[in-house]
Design a protein around this ligand. Sequence first.
Ligand code: HEM
Length: 403
Amino acid sequence: MDSPIADPAAQTGDTLELRDPYPYFAARRREGGVFHGTVMDYSRTPESLRPKDTYAAVSYSAVSSALRNNRVFSSALYDSTIGVFMGPTILAMHGARHKAHRALVTTAFKPQSLMRWEPEIVRSICDALIDEFAERGRADLIREFTFEFPTRVIARLLGLPEADLPFFREAAVAIISYADKVPRAMRASVDLKDYFVEQIEQRRRTPTEDIIGDLVAAEIDGEKLSEEAIYSFLRLLLPAGLETTYRSSGNLLYLLLSHPEQFEAVRRDRDLIGPAVEEGLRYETPLTLVQRYVTEDTELEGTAIPRGAVLDVCLGSANRDENRWERPEEFDIFRKHVPHISFTAGAHTCLGLHLARMETRVALHCLLDRLTDFTLLAEGDPHIFGQPFRSPNSLPVTFDVLR
Ligand code: HEM
């Protein structure tokens, strides 16, 4: 199969297609690195909530420059978008305040922790999930695996009791679907706040060695973090850490299942798992764009942008820039490694990138350790879709169990 998401109607690039926005991105790139307009799908956004003036950075160089200039292209925009649900998050902070908060939470994701989490948490969760469907010889890997494992991983890293998993799962789904169901997301946001406040209070009484325990013990300039700073960060971990990871691991599995020769190569040589994870993130990033607020009249790659505009920073387009990659529209795990920009760059570079890579690597190892002869079934027309979040609608597969 040449292109796993081939859709003849979407190949002209004249309009943004949710199933395959990449021809549209390529067409815009041919006109320059930045254009006056948007790559967002605002079709379901009420008129009153749409930004008045938008520009979009689509070349790798424009995307990278914008992300590295947080003073002019400010992430404070998030205060008026996801901040409404999440409260004040480090995503929207800048300068010294951002640095201090980020330094604190970075310690929770340190390499020593990752080394411990890999066998104790991630591998054991993936194995337990595979136990639940292996003997059936078929499964929907999205519903039964890629959504469930990062949810359980985050719950364990936070130190939440097993019995609270159903509540946590439901609240997570509600909060990450905020664009579709605003009242439900608002309710989930309040429920999660109340829930996390209780967890914080428990740890103030009895310290624990988990991320919530670390945050409760943490101090900035001799001062403890406020309750609001802690629960807002914890809520942010749902869209930031769970949604991206479940979508990106689904994307990788879809790409490997629809390129069986590359999947077979990975099965034979596990050293290819690392390159496959990176190529999956480049070719089908789970989040195709982030947005910035323009704080002063400026210019980006020759395009003048006025103060007050919103800039779409199109990671998906940058990842397929023909000036950076040969044959960018091909999924090829054997290609020469050139870093993608799916975790962004600059001050707000993803804090969980090592965890995300490790989770996806371990998930693939576990599947290959236990199962073989995967076949992607055509039922339900599995395909990757969405903008700005992308992932497969389903991944119905059959397989054999390795004995
Ligand atoms: C493949 C998986 C992931 C992708 C593609 C991804 C992508 C991103 C992107 C694009 C940003 C920057 C947003 C912006 O600049 O506007 C970001 C920030 C962030 N990510 Fe991730 N992420 C992933 C997994 C994770 C995980 C597993 C965690 C933690 C559990 C995490 C935690 C964060 C946090 C806390 C930030 C905010 C950093 C800051 O503002 O300084 N992410 N991520």
